[in-house]
Design a protein around this ligand. Structure first.
Ligand code: MG
Length: 256
């Protein structure tokens, strides 16, 4: 069921969005060569406790998960792109690091992700990350009342295709509310003018992700981490967005 939120409910979702944004800002500052992925998870966990928030991940156990996730942060490095389970790994020079974080504050969830390069960047990695960020911006710009869900998908897919990347449709955006994953599914490619009519009150996570030279994934033996089939690197950009009468409102907007 697709639930529409009142303007008052969208106001009530702002603290969760601001908290998730603050965690990603802190993590972006912390990601550096030599830092352990478990340390990033610990920082996020400390911030959850300090805020009195609730993790959406730690007890998360969907049908495709081998076990409850057990951490509060997804850390996906290099050929890992989604659902990266933090493990005892120190970030190396040139690593591409995605952090994806969702938490609940006052009963409302927000979900956001970013990808950064630690140390010396490779141009092809910078281009991959820039494309996911441009695709996210295009998808958000299309999240307007009167439009269709397909407008968001097409806007994302067009940016990715123009840059020469292929899009995987198995994992995409989703409705966000009292729980992390609701309807509708928001594919990262589609046809403009098709699908659900966008109305004020729809709150969705929009989350383009790309792999450099494939769109196929496999699951790591850890049971969670999704890696590229060919070893190429991935990038992921995500915001939680409320569609309002005035247009898209980015609930997880970072302030720096
Ligand atoms: Mg997320």
């Amino acid at each position: 069921m697709i639930e529409l939120r009142t303007p008052g409910e969208i106001e009530a979702m702002r603290p969760a969005g601001a908290f998730v944004a603050s965690v990603l800002e802190r993590l972006r500052d912390e990601i550096a060569v030599g830092v352990n992925l478990l340390e990033l998870d610990r920082i996020a966990h400390d911030m959850i406790r300090a805020r009195g928030a609730e993790s959406c991940y730690i007890d998360y156990h969907p049908s495709f998960g081998a076990m409850p996730f057990g951490k509060v942060l997804c850390t996906s490095v290099n050929d890992a792109v989604l659902h990266g389970l933090p493990f005892d790994y120190r970030i190396e020079d040139g690593d591409v690091v995605t952090v994806d974080f969702a938490a609940s504050v006052d009963g409302w969830v927000s979900d956001s992700a970013l990808t950064v390069i630690a140390g010396t960047p490779r141009p092809e990695d910078e281009r991959l990350i820039a494309t996911t960020e441009q695709a996210l911006a295009a998808g958000i710009a299309a999240a307007r009342p009167g439009g269709k869900l397909g407008d968001i998908s097409a806007a994302i897919g067009d940016v990715c295709a123009a840059a020469g990347y292929s899009v995987n449709l198995d994992f995409g955006g989703h409705g966000v509310g009292h729980t992390m994953h609701g309807e509708p599914h928001v594919p990262n490619d589609g046809r403009a003018g098709r699908g659900l009519k966008l109305k004020p009150g729809l709150v969705i996570a929009i989350e383009p992700w790309l792999l450099e030279t494939t769109d196929e994934l496999f699951t790591d033996p850890d049971g969670w981490t999704l890696r590229s089939a060919d070893g190429s690197r991935g990038a992921h950009s995500e915001h939680t967005v409320a569609i309002t009468a005035d247009g898209p409102l980015i609930l997880t907007q970072r302030t720096r």
